[in-house]
Design a binder for this molecule. Structure first.
Ligand code: GLA
Length: 384
């Protein structure tokens, strides 16, 4: 049974009528452009065919009642009286309601059932998927216009100020605005984006190391602070504004760690723009090489990989049919992404799994994913 069917059936069982609305918002994998979003830089993520789904019906009042199939728990909140209760998953929904209300959107209550197949904690943006599915649900019942950029900002605000996680804008932007068959080249300063087609004959593999490191948040915040310090040193608003020439001329005045952090961001921005150009040319070889170089920079300069990610990426790069591979997302464990020849995807996944397990003793999870649309209201609201 698909997740869509599961939420629709559970809704019908609970409320004795089919849902009047079903919405979904996807997780994402970032092809290249890592730790650049909070430096006002460029990213190249794609929305994946794994999503958070909500089946719902509007209510006449300001109550939201929602049941999570994944947590086997029900929660309620009052839109007229939003409070933190540290109740876990429902805080994402409340945070979006709070951010929408704060931005002046008129809201209306709903009854819903939520579930998803975006792995949580793996770096595939299950939180952004939850936020954007929630925004879509409120949009569907209240009837305001759907503006992907505005909704991405709402999701990020919920995450930064309600949930309390200091993320950039990439995950919410791609979950809101993704396009099937494409990655999006996003300028994280202007928030303009352009769809970039995946080259013909390539598949994208997600390689989950199944390692999860604690303290990701503090390490992430530390990297952000180092980037801000570097931007101050160069006298610019954000590292996006430092050219490779300026870096070469002035970087020797920085301490070693800050210099390497800045070098990652500045070179990664250039790689990301080059990667988008390679995709437009259909050049999978060039794209793969840029992904490989991105991993080296994240490993040696930004220092956000772990042994498991390094082994996984090496195993992938050595496998026949692989154009390139790198860690993806915040790092410190979680997933890598590989660009592979479509014809080789299945045997390559097996080879990489065997190589990774032999070297680490850990069983990985590997799957092929396709580029999906961003948050949608699904038409034809059947109970199936
Ligand atoms: C996490 C954050 C994003 C981005 C990436 C690193 O996924 O949520 O905003 O900073 O890490 O590229």
């Amino acid at each position: 049974m698909s997740v869509q069917q599961a939420v629709s059936q559970a809704f019908t069982a609970c409320y004795h009528e089919p849902p009047s609305v079903v919405v979904r918002a996807p997780g994402r994998v970032n092809l290249i452009g890592e730790h650049t979003d909070y430096n006002d830089g460029f990213v190249l993520p794609m929305a994946i065919d794994r999503a958070v789904w909500i089946a719902l019906r509007p209510r006449a009042d300001q109550q939201v009642h929602v049941h999570s199939l994944d947590f086997a728990a029900s929660e309620s909140f009052d839109l007229a009286n939003l409070r933190h209760t540290n109740a876990g998953w429902v805080e994402y929904l409340k945070g979006v309601a709070w951010a929408l209300h704060d931005a002046g959107y008129a809201l209306r209550g709903w009854d819903g059932v939520v579930s998803g197949d975006v792995l949580r904690g793996a770096g595939l943006s299950s939180s952004a998927a939850m936020e954007l599915a929630t925004a879509r649900a409120f949009q569907a019942v209240a009837g305001f216009a759907w503006d992907a950029t505005a909704m991405a900002r709402i999701g990020q605000r919920a995450e930064n100020h309600w949930v309390g996680v200091n993320c950039g804008i990439m995950d919410q932007m791609i979950s809101a605005a993704g396009q099937a068959g494409h990655a999006l080249q996003i300028d994280c300063r202007s928030l303009e984006w352009q769809p970039v087609p995946l080259p013909a004959g390539v598949a994208v593999l997600i390689l989950d190391t199944t390692t999860r490191r604690g303290l990701v948040e503090s390490a992430y915040n530390e990297r952000r602070a180092q980037c801000e310090a570097a931007a101050r040193y160069f006298g610019v608003r954000a590292l996006r504004d430092v050219t490779p020439g300026q870096f070469a001329a002035q970087a020797n005045g920085l301490d070693d760690v800050t210099r390497r952090r800045a070098r990652h961001v500045i070179t990664e921005n250039a790689r990301t723009l080059a990667a988008a150009d390679a995709m437009r040319r259909g050049d999978a070889v060039a794209l793969g090489r840029l992904m490989d170089a991105s991993h080296v920079s994240l490993r040696d300069d930004f220092e956000v990989t772990n042994d498991a990610l390094n082994v996984m990426v090496t195993c992938a790069q050595q496998a026949p049919g692989c154009y390139g591979a790198r860690m993806t997302g915040a790092g410190f464990g979680g997933c890598a992404v590989a660009l592979v020849d479509t014809g080789c995807a299945a045997p390559l996944a097996e080879t990489v799994a065997g190589c990774y397990q032999a070297r680490t003793g850990i069983a990985p999870a590997i799957y092929v994913c396709s580029a999906a649309d961003g948050a949608t209201r699904v038409a034809g609201f059947s109970a199936m």
